[in-house]
Design a protein around this ligand. Structure first.
Ligand SMILES: [Cu+2]
Length: 593
């Protein structure tokens, strides 16, 4: 056992050695020690990342140790850092990525948002067998696109442990040179709790991580409202599955205590490539006093749109351009449930730290989040009413009528209203009685913040899409049992549908409508394609995305030209939802199969 070199107190050495030896002995005989902890001296992970470029890139996956702000624990790293390296490529080049797995378990890397042959997409069990311990797999493909993307493990819960990093592809037309600075803002979480322990706790107790619950004697709800939520066995503060009580929120691998700094000179145009590489957290991104011009969504150019704040779902990316005035500005990524934030200083004065804004109040779910969009008019006086989107409300039932709580509770459990092909059973404990399109919803807690917030309905593709008529429409339900932590598509968890993929004919044009029968937002990601989200724009201007957030109790649609043959993963990008079964395989091949 090698002692840390900074420990100069020689009198402590013998005792230290003795204690460590004993601990090792006990560990080996009495406790199930994970393979990575057995006599391995783990490297301490670097925070932040280096850059890898060129045609041959080597990536080494290994166990490490990470700490920030008084929390520390096990991490899994690529090339020794959290996040792993920035992979910076050029549109039109070829790349070979040689990935060596030094773990004692299978691993993989998936290139999130990239168009490529499906056998190099990196999803074990779908596109390839995975990378066995101590083996190397070489991914090889041409780079057909440009923009901001990321990469992450698609094995188990390794992504939560640190196996993720940014991926940027420079456009071949030279357009990336129009900015003075080009920065990555990669958002994620660190947890000292092992990811498998988080999964176990989510299974045994729904509210284990949520310390913001309104109890019956707490908060400002009326007795009537409390009885209503109680009758539905739901809680309006049930916003996130895992919160800041467990997570430290990171920006480029740095916690709030690490004082991350982005430098600029006054007058410069600064591009921020915002990537939500977290496992479970939606973030509200803002720079108080500095407007942001959105120029890209999910790596695809959009028409310039200026906002003061945007909510970014897990696995999404947004590129924004800012021209900050002289001074130090807080670059704030507040967790959607307001349980913490990732933060850095965007400053023209090196070493000068920006003042962090206070966390805002935890937002509260509304009836719209329960799929009662059209009935909200009857809910006058309910908690959260002030923040509601009145545009989405029906106007026929306004007027403060009495509401029948038992009837409402019953309608949310009424699985008979689901289409026949949705499996019902213990995996489905809620349905949305009246799901409405919520594409104009800015995200939970941002309905009434008093400044401009990005909505999906603001996005317009910069390059026009080819005009294609819809040939087929399908509807999929996002289903779950919150208390048992079961998540699925159409009531069937992934293991049960492996042999029954969603089939698209090659080049088929399909409209897919996703109906969210749960009270959580799900960021739904399709591998290997871009779809166009149906956001009210004319078809040629519908923005192309790889991930679509379907708001609670709402529905959302995308148009897809299925022109990438192969088997592709299609799943919720909340890591523990995917792990619990909210995943499917999409197969694209010539008909008849
Ligand atoms: Cu989900």
């Amino acid at each position: 056992m090698k002692l840390a070199s900074h420990d100069k107190s020689s009198s402590l050495l013998p005792r230290r050695r003795f204690l460590m030896g004993t601990a090792g002995l006990i560990g080996a005989t009495a406790l199930p020690v994970p393979a990575w902890a057995k006599g391995v001296s783990m490297q301490h992970a670097a925070k932040g990342f280096g850059t890898m470029s060129g045609e041959d890139i080597r990536l080494d996956i290994q166990n490490s140790h990470y700490s920030t702000g008084g929390r520390s624990g096990h991490a899994q790293t690529v090339n020794g850092s959290v996040p792993g390296p920035l992979i910076r490529l050029k549109q039109g080049q070829n790349v070979r990525l040689h990935v060596t797995n030094h773990l004692e378990e299978d691993s993989s890397i998936h290139w999130h948002g990239l168009l490529l042959p499906f056998q190099f997409d990196g999803v074990p069990g779908v596109s390839f067998p995975g990378i066995k311990p101590h083996e190397t797999f070489t991914y090889e493909f041409p780079i057909r696109q440009a923009g901001t993307y990321w990469w992450h493990s698609h094995s188990g819960l390794q992504e939560q442990a640190g196996l993720y990093g940014p991926l940027v592809i420079e456009a071949s037309d030279g357009s990336d040179a129009r900015f003075d600075r080009d920065y990555i803002v990669l958002l994620s979480e660190f947890t000292p709790v092992h990811p498998h322990e988080i999964m176990r706790k989510l299974k045994v107790g729904e509210h284990y991580f949520n310390r913001q619950m309104q109890s019956a004697t707490d908060g400002n709800m009326s007795g009537d409202e409390r009885r209503m939520w109680g009758a539905m066995r739901m809680n309006p503060r049930d916003v996130s599955d895992v919160t800041g009580s467990t997570y430290t929120f990171l920006m480029n691998g740095h916690g709030p205590a690490d004082d991350l700094e982005y430098l600029f000179k006054p007058g410069e145009r600064v591009r921020l490539r915002i990537i939500n590489g977290s496992a479970m957290t939606f973030f509200n991104m803002r720079i108080p006093g500095v407007p942001m011009t959105v120029i890209q969504a999910d790596g695809q150019d959009v028409l310039n749109h200026e906002v003061d704040e945007l909510q970014i779902g897990v696995a999404e990316t947004y590129d924004v351009v800012v021209t900050p005035p002289d001074g130090s500005h807080a670059l704030v990524a507040e967790a959607m449930d307001r349980s913490g934030m990732a933060i850095a200083s965007l400053t023209s004065h090196p070493g000068h730290k920006a003042t962090a804004p206070a966390l805002r109040e935890t937002p509260t779910l509304t009836m719209a989040d329960m799929g009662m969009g059209m009935e909200m008019g009857a809910m006058a006086g309910m908690s959260g009413m002030d923040g509601m989107d009145h545009g989405a409300m029906g106007h026929g039932q306004m007027g403060g009528g009495t509401m029948d709580h038992s009837k409402m509770s019953h309608s949310m459990r009424d699985t008979s209203i689901l289409p026949e092909d949705v499996a019902t059973g213990p995996g489905v404990d809620m349905v949305s009685p009246m799901p409405v399109d919520r594409m104009d919803y800015p995200g939970l807690g941002l309905e009434n913040v008093g400044h401009r917030v990005l909505r999906y309905t603001d996005l317009r593709a910069k390059r026009a899409n080819p005009v294609r008529a819809i040939e087929r429409e399908i509807e999929l339900h996002l289903t779950g049992n919150m208390e048992r932590y079961m998540w699925s598509f159409d009531g069937r968890k992934y293991a049960a549908v492996k042999d029954d993929p969603i089939r698209f004919g090659f080049d088929e044009r399909v409209r897919v409508t996703l109906v969210n029968d749960t009270m959580m937002a799900h960021p739904i990601h399709l591998h290997g394609h871009f779809f166009e989200i149906v956001n009210g724009a004319e078809q040629t201007r519908q923005p192309r995305k790889h991930t679509l957030v379907v708001q609670p109790g709402g529905k959302a649609a995308f148009d897809l030209t299925a022109d990438e043959p192969g088997d592709w993963a299609f799943h919720c990008h909340l890591l523990y939802h995917m792990h619990a079964g909210m995943m499917q395989v999409v197969t694209v091949r010539p008909f008849p199969a």
